[in-house]
Design a protein around this ligand. Structure first.
Ligand code: AHR
Length: 512
């Protein structure tokens, strides 16, 4: 049986795990908001019209910060439409998704929904059809306590205390020709810089995310980041990355190695940000907000977008990808990549949360269920605490068309000194081979010596293909795919763990 070997030592850390790595994203797109989180006529709806069954699943998922309200949607959004008495809110055309926005859910409703999970609100401002003045208005409405026109309007709308939003995205995917208000890196950089400076004048505590590339495949990738950061370096805290992966033309080998591309993407953006740091002789470090990531069968779903001057549906079924086991294994590997770069990726948002390329699906008037991708997220969010340990990994390689020779196994370990608990997350990308995986983990004693202490127990949970790597959870069969306890795990010599990794699988090992 092929083997792979991970060695970690808690003295060698990548960095602390920021809880914001387990963020998600809710966009006014398709059925994410309407008929997703919000369905007043649903049997489980709470008095605000939000589905309680969805709330319970979001709690279980373990999301931290949630980015809102877009996405492409935000580049045409007028935030004022979404506050005040619901019956007075206008219906608007949403050009991004060729839909009608009813504005029945807005800033107040969404913020109170987040209180169910103690999640942090991350807002995006519209730098597509709007600019600095409107961004300032929204910031005043959100973060100023009282005594101004907009803060008093917020109070009159039912929210006396400020929303206190820290994280702000300066627009969305402004490098993309599909984006309303798309512009050159130079032009966007200038607008983002002006807006950021003004926002900080109003509230110096805000944390600002400038738009990086929509994917590492954009023709402007690299030069976009450099130019934008040259304009905004002193004004912002983070640069964004967005990445979606899919199996193309049956090339499963490459798809299973998608995290290789995420590693490359992150490392390239870090290098570019540090290049600008050197150019400017700055002491400041710009980190990454990976504020859109997922598996997305973008070409399949694009065909469903509504068209026609008289056809602007409310909450159409858009981007409702059904995820397989293979998708979940890739997804789990993307989380491993984010963790491996925890020193520079300080925030991330799984795009998206409900119905739209989502871990949670709903049927109007019916049930809500977990997609395959739900499990790697909820388990990683629960177990990955403390710091990420530097992974020293030995694995065979396999050939891929997209990325050349890549490791069959990818893994990362985390360690929480406060509780003494550790965790390892690992994928087997092989379609044929079970891998004999060995972990050597040296845990320090409570006295800070380098002595290795005993591992009391290790519990492994595996999501694997079994007979069908395209198995999925659906409305008719919502519990078809679930992770199982992997009984092959064993602890040897108090510091060595071994476990068998089935082909095309994701495994989490909780170490106590
Ligand atoms: O998440 C779906 C869409 O993907 C977002 O609206 C956009 O930012 C990205 O292109």
């Amino acid at each position: 049986m092929p083997i792979a070997h991970l060695t970690v030592d808690p003295h060698f850390t990548v960095g602390p795990i920021n809880r914001r790595l387990f963020g998600s994203f809710v966009e006014h797109l398709g059925r994410c908001v309407y008929d997703g989180i919000y369905e007043p006529s649903h049997p489980t709806a709470n008095p605000e019209g939000f589905r309680q069954d969805v709330i319970e699943l979001v709690k279980e998922l373990g999301v931290s910060t949630i980015r809102y309200p877009g996405g492409n949607f935000v580049s045409g959004f007028r935030w004022e439409d979404s506050v005040g008495p619901k019956e007075e809110r206008p219906r608007r055309l949403d050009l991004a998704w060729h839909s009608t926005e009813t504005n029945q859910v807005g800033l107040h409703e969404f913020s109170s929904w987040l209180e169910n999970f103690d999640s942090e609100l991350m807002l995006a401002v519209n730098l597509g059809t709007r600019g600095t003045a409107e961004a300032l208005d929204l910031l005043e409405y959100s973060n100023i306590a009282n005594g101004t026109e907009l803060s008093d309007r917020r109070a009159a709308n039912g929210r006396p205390e400020p929303f206190g939003v820290s994280m702000w995205c300066l627009g969305n995917e402004m490098d993309g020709p599909w984006q309303l208000g798309h512009r050159s890196a130079e032009d966007y950089g200038k607008l983002a810089s002006r807006t950021a400076k003004a926002m900080r004048q109003l509230d110096p505590s805000v944390e600002l995310v400038v738009c990086g590339s929509s994917s590492a495949k954009m023709p402007t990738f690299g030069s976009w980041e450099r130019t934008v950061l040259e304009q905004t370096y002193d004004d912002v805290d983070y640069i964004s990355c967005h990445a979606y992966y899919e199996e193309v033309k049956g090339d499963l080998n490459s798809f299973l190695a998608s995290a290789v591309n995420m590693d490359y993407f992150i490392e390239s953006v870090v290098a570019t940000a540090d290049h600008v740091k050197a150019e400017l002789a700055s002491d400041k470090v710009i980190n990454i907000s990976f504020d859109e990531w997922n598996v997305w069968y973008i070409n399949r779903v694009a065909a469903n977008a509504p068209t026609g001057i008289d056809n602007w549906p409310v909450a159409p079924r858009l981007l409702e990808d059904v995820y397989s086991v293979a998708d979940a294994v890739v997804f789990g590997n993307l989380l491993i990549s984010l963790l491996k770069h925890a020193d520079r990726v300080h925030s991330a948002s799984l795009a998206q949360l409900v119905n739209v390329i989502a871990p949670i699906m709903t049927e109007p008037g019916g049930p809500a269920w977990r997609q395959t991708t739900f499990f790697p997220f909820s388990i990683t969010s629960e177990l990955a605490k403390g710091v990420v340990l530097v992974p020293r990994l030995d694995s065979d390689n396999y050939p891929t068309e997209a990325y050349g020779n890549v490791p069959v196994v990818d893994a990362v370990a985390t360690y929480d000194e406060a509780t003494g608990k550790a965790a390892v997350f690992v994928v087997n990308r092989s379609q044929t081979d079970t891998i004999d995986f060995r972990i050597d983990i040296a845990l320090p004693s409570a006295y800070g010596s380098t002595d290795t202490i005993s591992i009391d127990s290790a519990v492994a949970t595996t999501l694997s293909a079994d007979n069908d790597i395209y198995a999925a959870n659906t409305l008719d069969n919502p519990n078809h795919v679930a992770p199982h306890l992997n009984s092959t795990v064993s602890v040897k010599d108090t510091s060595v763990i071994t476990v068998s990794l089935p082909p095309v699988s994701w495994t989490a090992i909780a170490i106590n």
